[in-house]
Write a protein that binds this ligand. Structure first.
Ligand SMILES: Nc1ncnc2c1ncn2[C@@H]1O[C@H](COP(=O)(O)OP(=O)(O)OP(=O)(O)O)[C@@H](O)[C@H]1O
Length: 284
């Protein structure tokens, strides 16, 4: 994995910038990045997934494909099974029937190659920021590459606090550390479960931009669970809208990621279309 650091995304006046608007879309735009995305990124394919918990049939034959290098947001009403689906994609839970494949390999359990970022950063409080980021390779018995760890800390904007206690981090910084820790495993796929939902709006927007840069730079495929329509439309190349249980993917909205910025007409139109679709399946 080759990475280079990117600056934080807040403008001088404190407003988060729109990383996908034309002015800020340089990351990943050169031919080398395009090649890397084409060769390294892994597809996610979920086929005919059924999941039952006792009396609750969450899915009944759900299909989902996420293309290599794509960000696919999973959006749906509360309780429709977004987290359950992410857990199945990550191998954290088994489907009742059906199959998940990442890069054509069956997912039969958790694996560092498919990294998960949760809403709660779940940092180890007795380790420093840097030690937290190093933990994945260490748990596999590998010596972490110090250059890679340095680059990741810089990439997520934590190079100045590498030796700090995690207790001293703000919520946004802790989530940056959690993301860097997952990236230290050099995953082919990122699976994110509402990672920014507990953050204040400005921090959330900054981290959304940083995530887009990181995904572009590293060429990973990402599935991102959210109940926030703005977040789904801003981050997603596609937004998969799930219906109430037993849930399926009711509609997939393709987002025009070339022209989007948070306040332009195309974004607002896509947001409105997504809202209508969500209402149609039973928004709560
Ligand atoms: N471990 C479990 N045991 C029993 N039922 C479960 C379990 N996990 C989830 N469920 C049920 O499965 C359904 C889907 O839950 P899930 O948390 O995946 O939905 P969600 O869309 O992520 O919800 P939210 O947006 O509120 O977080 C719910 O009815 C929930 O109660």
């Amino acid at each position: 994995m080759s990475i280079e650091s990117r600056p934080a995304t807040a403008d001088d006046d404190g407003e988060a910038s729109d990383v996908r608007s034309g002015s800020a879309s340089a990351v990943g735009a050169d031919a080398g990045d395009a090649d890397r995305r084409a060769t390294d990124a892994a597809p996610i394919v979920a086929s005919d997934l059924t999941k039952r918990y006792d009396e609750t049939l969450v899915f009944d034959g759900l299909d989902l494909s996420v293309d290599p290098g794509e960000v696919c947001c999973l959006l749906g009403p509360s309780g429709c099974g977004k987290t359950t689906l992410l857990h199945l994609l990550a191998g954290l839970e088994d489907p009742t029937s059906g199959r998940v494949e990442i890069d054509s390999e069956a997912v039969t359990g958790p694996d560092y190659r498919w990294g998960v970022v949760f809403q709660d950063p779940l940092l180890y409080p007795w380790l420093s920021v840097r030690e937290n980021v190093e933990i994945g390779p260490r748990l596999r018995g590998e010596e972490p590459d110090p250059d890679l760890i340095d680059e990741l800390l810089e990439l997520v904007g934590l190079d100045g606090v590498a030796d700090a206690d995690t207790a001293d981090l703000s919520g946004g910084m802790a989530q940056r550390a959690s993301l860097a820790r997952t990236l230290a495993n050099e995953p082919e796929v990122l699976l994110l479960d509402e990672p920014f939902s507990a953050l204040d709006q400005l921090t959330k927007m900054e981290l959304q931009d940083e995530l887009l840069r990181i995904v572009d730079e590293l060429g990973v495929t990402a599935a991102f669970v959210t109940h926030d329509i703005d977040e789904a439309v801003y981050l997603g190349d596609r937004v998969a809208i799930m219906g109430p249980v037993p849930a399926g993917i009711e509609h997939v909205e393709r987002i025009d990621s070339e022209t989007r910025s948070r306040d332009d007409e195309a974004f607002l139109a896509e947001r409105a279309a997504t809202f209508e679709r969500l209402e149609a399946v039973g928004l709560e």
